[in-house]
Structure formats: C-alpha cells, structure tokens
Design a protein around this ligand. Structure first.
Ligand code: ARG
Length: 566
C-alpha cells in the first residue's frame, strides 16, 4: 500500500511508470531511513549524476508539490515519511475488512498442488506432515491471491513395497491385528520383512513376483491390496481431520495404472526409450542427469513413470497452468528427471511444473527410518503438544470453559507454526517445549496476542468491527501505532511475495512482526482510561481490532486456528 503510494508520487520524477518503479522501492530496515525508500544508485549511470544528488533533487521537487509526505535524501537513498492522518485511518479501516490482503494477481490461473501424499501401510511421517502443512498454506495463499487451486493427495498406494507387504502378511500377519492397528501392524510386517531378507534373499524375488501379480490384476492380490489401502486411509483421515486439511482429489499412484501404457507407447514412438540390461530407460546424459528408469526388467512400473502419467493427466484432464510438487528435497533428482523427460517429449508446459522442496525435520533430535522401524508417530507428537498446551492453559487461565478445545488448537497450531516459521529448505530440529511456549517466536504467542486483543475488545464492550465508528487517524500518532499500521499495510504484498517464492515462511514472519509491533503499542500505554475521550479510545481499539483481524486471517492461511480466549 505505502509502496504503491510512493510509486505514484515518485514515478513522474524518474521517467518510469509506477508499476515499473514499485519493485525498486524498499521498506528500509531502520526507522531512521523513513517509511519507504528508493535506492538511487541505478539511476546514477544513466543520468551521469551522483546518487546523492539525484535523491536530493527528487526530494526537493516532492516537498514542493505536497505536504502529506516528507521526502529527504541520505547516502544515495530517497526516503519518504508519510504524515497523512487520513492514511492512518485508511489503513486501519482497510485492515479491518474480512478479505483484507486478498488480490487477483492469480486470476485465470489454475494451480494444482501435489501435497501430503503419504505412503499406504507406512506411518504418516514428519516429512509428510511438512508437505501437508506447507502445501496447505500454499493452497490457501494461492487462493487468497486469486488463483484457482486444486489440491491433490498423490497417495503412495502402488509400488514394489506392496509386494513386500503382501508376502509378509501372508507369512506372518493376521487380519485381526491389521484391523486393530493398521499402520503399526503394517510397519511391524515391513520391518520383519527387511530383517528376514538378510538371511533369505529369495523373499525379495517373491515380493517382486507379488507386485507383478498385482499389476496384472490378480483378484486375490488386489483384494489384499485394497484391504491395506482402506485400513490405512482410516488412520490418515483421522490425522487430516485433526489438522483440518482437506483435498479436492485423493488420486494416488494407483489411479494412473491405466494411463501408463500410453506414456510408454509415446516414449517409444519418439524413440526416447532404450533397453538397458532388460529394463526400459530414457537417457538424460545431455542434461547431465542419470537415466530415468521407466519399466523394470520384469515389466513392472516404477515411481517415475507413474509421475509421468500423472503430469500428463494434470495437463490434459485438470487443465493445470502451474503444478507445484510439495515434496522433500531428497527427491530433487527424481523431479529433475521427470521434468526433463517431459521436455524431451516436447511438452513445453513442463516449464510450469515445479518441485517445491523442503528440508529434513527431526523431532527432539530423532530422525526416522521406516525400514528400521524407528518412527516418530505424528499422532503421538500432536498428543504431546496438546498435553503441554493444556498444562500451560491450566497454569495461566484455569477457569477457561472450553479448555480441551483450546488446547487442541494451541498444540496443533504450535506444531504447524514451528514448521512454517522456517525457510522451507532448511532442516529443522523440532523442539516441542519451545514450540508450545506462549512467549518467543511461536504459534501460541500469535494466538495469545490475538486472544488478548479479543479480551480487550470484549472488556471495552465496543463493537469496533461493526463499521459504525469512524477511525480518527489523529489519535494514532504515536510511533508504536504507526509501526503497527505500516506493518498492516504490507499484508497484501507479503501474500504476493509468498506466492512468488512458494514460501509460507513470509506470512509466518510477517505475523510475528505484526504481533511484536502490536505488543509494543499495547504496552506503551493503557487504551481504556478515564481521561481519554471516546474518539481516542475507539481509534486505538479499532487499530487493535484490525491487528486481531489480520492475525486471525494470516493464521488461518497457515492452517492455524485463533481461539478468542486462551
Ligand atoms: N509418496 C511419496 C513419498 O512419500 C511422495 C509423492 C510425491 N508426489 C509425487 N507426485 N511424486 O515419498
């Protein structure tokens, strides 16, 4: 908002249009440099003048033309300070609107987000949690910026691992145990399988044969497979309900079974397929990549060819303009290979298909490996976070009526925020105790700030969001209120930035800035006092309400609830 105003004002003086100028404007890191600044270094060569001189001359001209904004020049920067009282009330009232921050930059673009995608018969791991939360936040942020979004759960419900599971189940499993605890029992069978293969190599062959049978549609094997899928899904759905995440499509890898032959056929027609020790591959030497395996020696399909069929389907049936694959960075090579094969097939649209990678997450220092059975169970992590949240609530506000419900929102929110507050590419060691704390850079801190404002508004009994009152910007003249307003004014561009970088982190960071600014404002002086006049109280409460509104909105984009009391 401030950048737009600044761009309008400065543009005529530098011979650029406001939209050309906007990307060059900055929010300076230090308050002393004003509210918005323009580095003038890039103009220096063109105009054959020093940046200092250019900044100084523009400042003079701006100051001569109006009084709402004061311009100054320091060290090659043109700095603007906004003085308009009306601007303050404009920001506060805009930020109180329901869909404040929304834009239509994505209008007409359809985005498919491939996210979560856990593997059937394996635990829902922390990596899948990251994909679910980053994916869910991106879905919400893309929608808020006008994109049409379809989110897809590309369940890992096909592949050699089902051969292993079927063999293990037939040898060591029972229906009863599997129905009781599908994931834990599948995991036990899976681990047992790997232990046994150390001395019984032939088990691997049996598993391969079982998968070939599955791909050929053997009814008994298929029934068994369906049983595994159905049981696992029950457990996954429970996790999704808790995280409040939904999917437009639950099309796992098996969905593409009948769409693979045409891809293989096409690859062959294009002479891209090559035989290599019995297997079918596409060479990618010219891209500096190892070959992409398409079919195994026994003719069975693999992950990569299923992804090729998936990619085509998303273009042809879903009409995707952009596809985002929210998948851990350990799969970077896989996606480079898949995208390269698509390019070789002549599909230029593959340029709009992007891997959105993220780093590894450990919980309290523990890594996981499904094969060895070393697993951090997501539901246990969630339960523990909720327990801790409940403990804190019991200490702080034991009278709270719906404690359990609030603790669930706080515990789950703590985990989500603990993830999203980092650049997604970073590896994160997740410390539960820190994440659930109400102080520091945590989800509960944001929720608590929001709840505090709700309490303040209830106490004053002012229905500030009704729109009945007009905000008088002259009562928002303190430095701390201006910092709050400035931060609020950035929201729309923060959401657009998050889209550009595919980084929910931008929103998380912004919310922390906003909460900190608000708490500084709030701690700088009582709002509801006997000697303050009503217009002043209302203006300050309106600012608080606007902050609460944006906190709640931003949290909901990240997939976090904002209780009104906690
Ligand atoms: N199920 C896979 C895994 O857990 C992730 C799938 C990601 N999506 C895709 N289209 N390959 O590793």
């Amino acid at each position: 908002m401030l950048i737009n105003i600044a761009a309008q004002l400065i543009a005529p003086h530098v011979g650029l249009s406001p939209s050309e100028l906007s990307p060059r404007l900055e929010y300076p890191p230090q308050k002393e440099m004003g509210d918005v600044s323009l580095p003038c270094f890039t103009f220096a060569r063109e105009l054959k003048q020093s940046p200092q001189k250019i900044a100084g001359e523009i400042a003079e001209r701006i100051n001569a033309s109006q009084t709402d904004i004061v311009a100054s020049a320091t060290g090659g920067y043109l700095n603007l300070n906004f003085k308009s009282v009306k601007l303050k009330s404009d920001i506060a009232s805009a930020a109180s609107q329901v869909n404040y921050g929304h834009s239509s930059i994505g209008m007409g673009k359809r985005v498919v987000v491939d996210m979560s995608s856990p593997n059937i018969a394996k635990p829902f791991g922390i990596g899948h949690l990251r994909s679910t939360m980053i994916g869910n936040a991106l879905v919400n942020i893309y929608r808020a910026t006008g994109h049409e979004v379809i989110n897809v759960n590309h369940l890992g419900d096909w592949g050699t691992q089902f051969g292993k599971l079927i063999v293990a189940y037939q040898r060591w499993g029972t229906q009863d145990a599997l129905e009781r605890e599908p994931i834990k029992e599948s995991l036990r069978l899976y681990v047992k399988f790997h232990e046994e293969t150390e001395n019984h190599q032939e088990l691997e062959d049996e598993a391969r044969e079982a998968f070939v049978k599955l791909e050929q549609g053997d009814p008994e094997t298929l029934d068994l497979w369906r049983f595994f899928v159905d049981e696992s899904m029950k457990e996954f759905r429970r996790v999704y309900a808790r995280l409040d995440v939904s999917f437009d499509h639950f099309t796992g890898e098996s969905f593409y079974n009948d769409k693979i032959d045409p891809v293989v056929h096409q690859l062959r027609e294009l002479s891209l397929l090559e035989e290599d020790e019995g297997a079918q591959i596409v060479r990618l030497d010219d891209q500096g990549l190892p070959p992409c395996l398409i079919l195994k020696k026994d003719g069975s399909t693999i992950y990569a060819v299923r992804d090729l069929a998936t990619a085509l389907y998303r273009k042809q049936a879903l009409h995707a303009d952009i596809v985002l694959y929210v998948v851990g960075s350990e799969q970077s090579l896989h996606f480079q290979q898949v995208f390269s094969v698509l390019h070789k097939m002549g599909f230029d649209w593959a340029g709009q298909y992007q891997h959105v990678p993220f780093g590894l997450m450990t919980v309290n220092g523990k890594k996981m490996s499904t094969r060895k059975g070393k697993v951090v169970f997501l539901e246990e992590v969630l339960d523990e976070a909720v327990q801790r949240a409940l403990q804190i609530i019991n200490e702080k506000n034991s009278e709270l009526p719906n404690k359990e419900q609030v603790a669930e929102a706080v515990g789950v929110g703590a985990i989500i925020f603990g993830d999203l507050k980092h650049h997604r590419q970073l590896s994160v060691d997740f410390n539960l105790e820190d994440a659930v704390s109400f102080d520091g850079e945590t989800g509960p801190y944001l929720q608590y700030t929001h709840a505090r404002i709700c309490t303040l508004l209830r106490r004053g009994n002012y229905d500030v969001l009704s729109g009945k009152y007009s905000i008088d910007g002259s009562h928002l003249s303190s430095e701390s209120s201006w910092e709050c307003l400035k931060t609020l004014s950035r929201y729309e561009s923060v959401l657009q930035e998050a889209v550009k970088e595919n980084e929910p982190f931008s929103v998380a960071r912004f919310l922390l800035d906003l909460a900190k600014d608000f708490n500084r404002f709030y701690n700088s002086g009582k709002i509801i006092t006997d000697d303050a006049d009503e217009a002043e109280i209302l203006s300050k409460l309106s600012l608080a309400a606007a902050v609460a509104n944006v906190l709640k909105h931003g949290l909901s984009l990240l997939g976090i609830k904002a209780p009104e009391e906690m």
